[in-house]
Design a protein around this ligand. Structure first.
Ligand SMILES: Cc1ncc(COP(=O)(O)O)c(C=O)c1O
Length: 361
C-alpha cells in the first residue's frame, strides 16, 4: 500500500528533538507570543531573505491580515486566480472586498498574466497571485502590470515554500507573502500555523498589531484586530523542521523527476522550464478519465488526491459572488487533475511502483 501521504512517518524524524523541546517549553510556562515565535519568525525571514516575518494562526488568516493591512476602501476589487484553493478567495471576502477571478494558463495552472489587464477597473486595488502546486507564477509580466496600475501584490505562498522564479524565491515579489504551515505543506506544522513576510518595517508592525487584537501593548488597542497568533508550540516544531526544508524540497524534486522522465505520454504532466525552480508541493497529472485512473490506482493500493474536485467558481458558497461567469480553463483542470504520491515519506521505489502501475493503465 502506498498512501497519498503519511504525516506520522513524515514527522517521525523530528520526534526526539521535539520531545526534549516540549519538556523545556512546559517548564518555562510561557505559552503565547514568546521567544519561540520570535525565533521562528527570525529564522523563516532569514530563510526567505525577507526583512520581517510575522507568525499567525494559519494561512487563511495570513491572507486576511495582509489584505486588511493594505487599508483599501471597502468593496475594492482584488484580482485573484480562479484556479486556487478557495482560501485565497475567502480571504478577500472576509476582508470586505470583491474577488475578481482571472483564469489560469492551462500549462502552468497559475494565473495567466495575459488575462490580468482586461480584468482591471477603476475599483481594482490589489493583485493576489497564488504559486500553486509549488510552481511560482510568471512574475515578470505580472510585476509590470502591477507597476503600471500601481497595484500592490500579495503572494499566496501556501504551496510554494522555497520555490523560485528566475532565481528569486517565492515570497520576494510582493508587498506581503502569506504562508500556510498546514501539516501537509512542504514545511508543515503539527496543526494550524501560518506566517506573513514583508520587507516593509512599518507594515510589519501593523501586521503584528492586527494578529494580536490590534495591540502591541497589553490592553491598549490601536486598531481593530483579530486573535490570530502563531502558537508557541507550533513555532518550536517549525524551528526544528525548517533546517530540513531544502532537503524536503530536494527529495520531492527527485521524485518528481522520476515521474517526469518515466510516465507515458498519455498523461499530461506538469511543465518544466528553466525559469522555474519548482518544489512540487503537489505533483499533478491530468487525464480525461481521471476518476477511472484514480479508481484503478486505488485497486493497486496507491492513494491519490484531487486538488481540487470542484473549482472555486462552482462552490455553493461562492455562486452568488461569481454569478453567471464561466471559467472553462479552471473547470477543465479541476475535472481532469489527479495528485500523485510525492511526500518525504515516499521512496524512489514507491514512485517507480506508481509509475509502473500508471503506465499499465
Ligand atoms: C493556496 C492556498 N492558500 C491558502 C491556504 C490556507 O491555508 P490554511 O489551511 O493554513 O488556512 C491553503 C491551504 O491549504 C492553500 O493551499
Amino acid at each position: 500500500m502506498i498512501p497519498y501521504d503519511n504525516l506520522a512517518k513524515v514527522n517521525e524524524k523530528y520526534t526526539l528533538l521535539f520531545q526534549s523541546r516540549f519538556s523545556s517549553f512546559l517548564q518555562k510556562g510561557w505559552y503565547i507570543l514568546g521567544e519561540e515565535v520570535k525565533r521562528f519568525q527570525d529564522e523563516f525571514a532569514a530563510f526567505n531573505g525577507s526583512r520581517n516575518c510575522v507568525g499567525v494562526a494559519n494561512g487563511l488568516d495570513a491572507l486576511i491580515i495582509s489584505i486588511i493591512a493594505l487599508e483599501l476602501p471597502s468593496g475594492s476589487e482584488i484580482i485573484v486566480p480562479s484556479n486556487t484553493y478557495i482560501a485565497t478567495i475567502l480571504a478577500i471576502l472576509q476582508a470586505g472586498h470583491k474577488p475578481i477571478l482571472v483564469e489560469p494558463d492551462l500549462h502552468t495552472y497559475n494565473i495567466d498574466p495575459n488575462k490580468i489587464e482586461s480584468a482591471i477597473t477603476k475599483k481594482t486595488k490589489a493583485i493576489i497571485v497564488v504559486h500553486l502546486y509549488g510552481k511560482c507564477c510568471e512574475m515578470e509580466p505580472i510585476k509590470i502590470i502591477a507597476e503600471k496600475y500601481q497595484l500592490p501584490i500579495i503572494e499566496d505562498c501556501a504551496q510554494s515554500h522555497g520555490a523560485k522564479y528566475k532565481g528569486k524565491i517565492a515570497g520576494s515579489f510582493g508587498v506581503f507573502a502569506a504562508f500556510s504551515f498546514y501539516p501537509s505543506k512542504n514545511l508543515g506544522a503539527l496543526g494550524d500555523a501560518g506566517a506573513i513576510l514583508t520587507n516593509d518595517n512599518q507594515l510589519a508592525k501593523k501586521l503584528m498589531q492586527l494578529r494580536n487584537y490590534g495591540s502591541d501593548r497589553k490592553y491598549y488597542n490601536e486598531v481593530i484586530g483579530l486573535n490570530s497568533r502563531l502558537d508557541e508550540l507550533q513555532a518550536i516544531f517549525l524551528q526544528i523542521k525548517l533546517p530540513y526544508l531544502n532537503m524536503i524540497n530536494d527529495h520531492k524534486r527527485k521524485l518528481a523527476k522520476l515521474y517526469l522522465e518515466n510516465l507515458k505520454k498519455d498523461f499530461i504532466l506538469p511543465v518544466v522550464h528553466e525559469d522555474y525552480d519548482d518544489v512540487y508541493h503537489i505533483f499533478n497529472i491530468r487525464h480525461p478519465k481521471r476518476d477511472a485512473v484514480r479508481t484503478y490506482l486505488q485497486k493497486k493500493g496507491i492513494g491519490t488526491e484531487i486538488h481540487y474536485p470542484v473549482s472555486p467558481n462552482r462552490q455553493k458558497a461562492l455562486i452568488s459572488i461569481v454569478g453567471h461567469q464561466t471559467f472553462p480553463i479552471s473547470e477543465e483542470i479541476h475535472a481532469t487533475t489527479l495528485s500523485l504520491p510525492i511526500s518525504s515519506c515516499h521512496t524512489e521505489a514507491d514512485i517507480l511502483y506508481v509509475i509502473d502501475a500508471l503506465n499499465a493503465f
